[in-house]
Design a protein around this ligand. Sequence first.
Ligand code: SF4
Length: 71
Amino acid sequence: MDKQFYNDTGLMIVKEDHVCEHFEPDAGVLVPMRECWCCKWSNFRTDGEEDSFNSYSVCNYVGNSKQAVNK
Ligand code: SF4
């Protein structure tokens, strides 16, 4: 199993070809491939986002965010 990485707000960092069971096609994609690039929860196509760089994005699906480990 691949190790997952998270940004400083706890959102999972994903690559274009990653996919998970929560995939939902983005409304702006004509032919949605089953990968994060075409998923409505990623922000690859958002300009000016600090978290979107090169071929990486964050996943905004709350179920994929990092769980708090401190009580
Ligand atoms: S962007 Fe998030 S919810 Fe969508 S397929 Fe990738 S990991 Fe899953």
